[in-house]
Design a protein around this ligand. Structure first.
Ligand SMILES: C[S@@+](CC[C@H](N)C(=O)[O-])C[C@H]1O[C@@H](n2cnc3c(N)ncnc32)[C@H](O)[C@@H]1O
Ligand code: SF4
Length: 458
């Protein structure tokens, strides 16, 4: 029987920590990693022509900045800003294909932002064609886009489906007006529903809705109403993110009234409510913060232990490499992670000069690769089988991680994990604190205490 989760217990484990969309995480990467290292990574990739690719395109533009936003988003009044941006993305793609060649197979293409549907139809088609010209999509490739319903319509959903997108994610966050006012994001309920219905009518699979818990103005009752409304829509997937309040990284968040924000145990209870209501509605809880219908690919991947995690979150079709285009995009090529410059002017100037706009990166060591495997297993499959790493690293995980596992006894005593001769498993109580368990395998943590860039677990 699990011990109850008390306010003191939540307080104990509610520590700043990474969400592990990569390991090592971005703060551990080096600044002196740029054009030359990325060129080497691409040259190595050119020697592996059979390897499939995932691609991320960052489209930063938004109509208006929401106070709560933690993404790399830009509001622009310049009418031709998008066209200029796409000119540079085209240059960036050309620089990459000059090294790896055109026609490489792509199994996953994702557009994130900002607001990808800020682009008009001609710009959207142009941008998609850039990828079709330079790469070859596999049969069944996942082509996905993040959409802000406030500036979308059923017609746009149909257009996106017609030109080739097959996955769509709608930013809902919260249906309640008081919360929407507090986060500077008024979102008409009717339009959101119409866009959602438009996605269904257009034939999108894997329709996802984004929610955020812990926003200013949210209460247990108000969030219950939002959750019930979302469950009534029957999306295939829901991501319910913990509100990350990081005004030192996103100054716009200083407009958020933190005095009306639930924190600690009360915020935790909002997530517990989310887990309960989606569970009762027949959804599987995926990883840390996703929910999926039982027949959705994410649930199937979870059951087959085939779930993966990358910079785009949870993935069902992992490709061995990810190329990123656009400002702030993060790539993973061979044994190197790279990040594009998050500053539009600098990213533009570097691409314009014919150099890769990389501002930081990391080359994985053997130890990093091993720990990455362990952390992905914990974040996705909620376990670390000891035999997992044998073929790759020559010894069982409990021997390889003997040092890290010394941090385990308190987690065992607190009932977050259980351990036997087969491996380590997250308990039902530990489900809420998976990041805390993953953190014991992270050797970079705590080396950067001056910069509290991570948000808290809850
Ligand atoms: C790029 S936005 C989605 C697309 C579009 N711009 C929109 O707002 O609808 C990606 C998602 O990140 C989540 N998000 C943004 N800021 C966040 C924050 N501070 N904490 C947690 N999640 C956040 C939201 O759920 C949002 O839908
Ligand atoms: S939440 Fe979406 S629309 Fe709002 S600022 Fe962030 S990226 Fe832009």
């Amino acid at each position: 029987m699990d011990l109850p989760i008390t306010p003191e217990f939540v307080e104990k484990y509610n520590q700043p920590g990474p969400r592990y969309t990569s390991y090592p995480t971005v703060p551990a990467w080096k600044q002196d990693f740029g054009h030359d290292e990325y060129m080497l990574a691409l040259q190595e990739l050119s020697q592996k022509p059979e390897d499939e690719l995932a691609i991320y395109l960052h489209l930063p533009f938004c109509a208006k900045h929401c106070h709560y936003c933690g993404c790399n988003a830009l509001v622009t009044r310049e009418t031709n800003a998008v066209d200029q941006y796409l000119d540079l993305v085209e240059r960036e793609i050309k620089m990459v294909t000059d090294v790896i060649g055109t026609g490489r197979l792509v199994s996953q293409l994702h557009w994130g932002g900002g607001t990808p549907n800020f682009l008009d139809e001609a710009q959207t088609e142009r941008a998609l064609n850039l990828f079709h010209t330079a790469f070859r999509m596999t049969d069944g490739a996942e082509i996905s886009i993040e959409v802000d319903p406030r500036i979308s319509s059923p017609e746009e959903a149909k257009f996106l489906k017609d030109i080739g997108f097959n996955r769509i994610s709608l930013g809902v966050q919260d249906f309640e007006e008081t919360v929407q006012i507090a986060i500077g994001r008024r979102q008409s309920h009717d339009r959101t529903i119409r866009v959602y219905d438009g996605c269904r009518a257009a034939g999108f699979e894997g329709v996802n809705v984004d929610l955020v818990y812990g926003l200013p103005g949210q209460t247990r009752d108000s969030f219950t109403a939002t959750l019930e409304e979302v469950i009534g829509l029957e999306p295939d997937r829901v991501a319910c993110f913990s509100y990350a309040h990081v005004p030192w990284v996103r100054p716009e968040q200083n407009k958020v009234d933190t005095t009306i924000m639930l924190a600690g145990y009360e915020k935790f209870q909002l997530f517990q409510l989310t887990v309960d209501l989606f569970g009762e509605a027949g959804y599987d809880w995926i990883g840390i913060d996703h929910f999926a219908k039982k027949d959705d690919e994410l649930s199937v991947a979870l059951k087959n232990r085939a779930l993966h995690r990358n910079f785009m979150g949870y993935a069902t079709k992992p490709a061995p490499h990810m190329l990123a285009f656009g400002m702030s995009g993060i790539g993973d090529v061979g044994d190197r992670f790279v990040q594009n410059d998050p500053d539009l002017a600098q990213w533009s100037a570097t691409v314009d000069s014919g150099r890769f706009p990389i501002i930081k990166g990391h080359r994985l060591s053997d130890d990093d690769r091993l720990r990455r495997l362990a952390i992905i297993n914990i974040m996705c499959n909620l376990e670390l089988p000891w035999k997992l790493t044998v073929p790759e690293f020559g010894a069982p995980a409990n021997e390889l991680f003997a040092e890290s596992l010394k941090a385990l006894p308190p987690l065992l005593a607190d009932g977050l994990v259980e351990m036997d001769e087969a491996g380590l498993r997250i308990t039902s109580k530990g489900r809420y604190f998976v990041r805390n368990v993953a953190m014991i395998f992270d050797t970079y943590l705590g080396k950067d205490k001056d910069r509290p860039i991570f948000s808290k677990t809850i």
